[in-house]
Write a protein that binds this ligand. Structure first.
Ligand SMILES: [Zn+2]
Length: 450
């Protein structure tokens, strides 16, 4: 059965290419200031038509709170005793950014050295084709009840689907959810992402004086707000560069697959001269420990500055927090640290801009077992568990709305895909292998739950 599936999927690859080319040619950037909204409507309708052909009789567009349309559908399976699987992807894409930086036309799927280039080829239109291909290979023998949601404003981060899911919980309820908007750590190495960081964004204001004072006449005894801010910010890292927010643990270790330091350097476009920060491994620093980034500082710019003591200064901070850390507790720890670190009696105030929860998947349920088997058959090697340094708020919404559902983050977006950057591409072999794994997963999962 499984080698049949592999052969069928390989025979479907020319169709994957022609349909991905159609979908990539639709400039579905959700920001209406940059691209006409008809493009998103065309992409949404393309998705509706394609899945209707695969048996999603009940499928259509649902407007969400941010004005975008999510494609929502269902395909009944063999009966109520079979498990329900929700498939996720998004049809909107990042803008192409700098057109001149593209070596091929951004909205024309173009093959170069075995990879297919184009905006959205991987993120996330490649995953849409992956879902379709898995279902086509199974044909009428899909052994589970399927639901589908393909959203239209993931890249904007305006939260349309996050708002929609809890309000329409029954529509999308499932036993397992395949969130297909990530990928493997390297081509050919099957992986599921199981850990995402949360975050706290804070603006800190320091006030030391009612107004500017001449640095010659007053500099020395008079308190300096910018120097105070620098001293506060410096206390947030130790000598190795490790984030040291008082009250937040920073010695946790990552238990899944390690992130090879050389691969990290190459993914980050770092040379060998720059050192990697922290006392832990790359995976510890990225997926298991807090990390603070100073996003911006308000103070006089060099050009136009005068010989004056700066009376007030501000900084915008982004704290990434690992699973196991509560965002409210992290916010309290960070603001208390900033106040306690303030020297010279300067006044410190903080503004919380946003917080987001970290996410960790439960990996010992039947869907994970089925995916382990399916991935190892499709790839010929064991599946690994990855973390991701960023946040995907939708995963938290799925987890809160369906606490018993198993969430699996996967897909065709490996590091060479350069998602969000110019020259995005997809490895067609990844579409083929992940589609095979997805089809095998549906069989294995149904058998385990049947
Ligand atoms: Zn995406």
């Amino acid at each position: 059965m499984s080698s049949d599936l592999g052969q069928q999927i390989s025979a479907l690859m020319p169709r994957v290419r022609s349909e991905l080319a159609e979908l990539v040619s639709i400039r579905s950037v959700a920001d209406a200031r940059q691209f006409p909204p008809e493009e998103c409507a065309r992409a949404a309708n393309w998705v509706v038509d394609a899945f209707r052909e695969e048996g999603f009789t009940d499928i259509g567009l649902h407007e969400t709170a941010d004005g975008s349309n999510a494609v929502v559908g269902s395909r009944p399976g063999p009966g109520a005793s079979a498990p329900t699987v929700l498939l996720y992807a998004h049809y909107d894409v990042q803008p192409p950014l700098d057109d001149d930086a593209w070596r091929t036309p951004p909205f024309e799927l173009t093959e170069v050295d075995g990879r297919w280039f184009g905006r959205g080829a991987a993120d996330c239109k490649g995953n849409i084709l992956m879902h379709l291909t898995a279902l086509r290979a199974l044909g009428s023998e899909v052994p589970v009840n399927l639901k589908l949601v393909v959203e239209g404003s993931e890249e904007q981060g305006t939260g349309g689907l996050e708002d929609f899911v809890p309000k329409n919980a029954e529509l999308l309820r499932a036993d397992a959810i395949l969130v297909c908007d990530t990928g493997n750590a390297a081509v050919g190495v099957p992986a599921v992402t199981v850990s995402l960081r949360g975050m706290v964004n804070v603006v800190v204001h320091v006030e030391a004086l009612p107004g500017e004072l001449h640095s010659g006449m007053f500099g020395g005894p008079a308190p300096d707000a910018l120097a105070a801010l620098v001293s506060i910010l410096a206390s947030l890292r130790d000598a190795q560069g490790e984030t040291t927010v008082e009250g937040l643990q920073h010695d946790q270790t990552w238990a899944g697959a390690p992130y090879d330091p050389d691969a990290f350097r190459s993914d980050a476009s770092m040379g060998s001269g720059e050192s990697l920060l922290g006392a832990g491994t790359v995976s510890d620093m990225l997926w298991a420990r807090p990390a603070l980034t100073i996003l911006g500082i308000d103070c006089p710019p060099v050009v136009g500055s005068t010989a004056a003591i700066v009376p007030r200064a501000s900084a915008r901070l982004n704290l990434r927090i690992p699973p196991g850390t509560d965002p409210d507790q992290a916010e309290a720890a960070l603001t208390a640290h900033l106040r306690a670190a303030a020297p010279w009696g300067v006044t410190v105030t903080t503004e919380i801009e946003a917080t987001g929860s970290p996410f960790r998947a439960e990996t010992d349920g039947p869907a994970y077992d089925a995916m382990r088997k399916a991935m190892s058959e499709a790839y010929g090697r064991d599946m690994v568990l990855l973390g991701q340094g960023g946040s995907i708020p939708l995963c938290n919404v799925f987890h809160e709305t369906y606490p018993d559902a198993e969430l699996l983050l996967m897909g065709v977006e490996e590091p060479l895909a350069l998602i969000h950057a110019p020259n995005e591409s997809v490895d067609p072999g990844e579409i083929e292998r992940v589609a095979t794994a997805e089809a095998r997963f549906l069989q294995e999962y149904a058998a385990a739950r049947g």
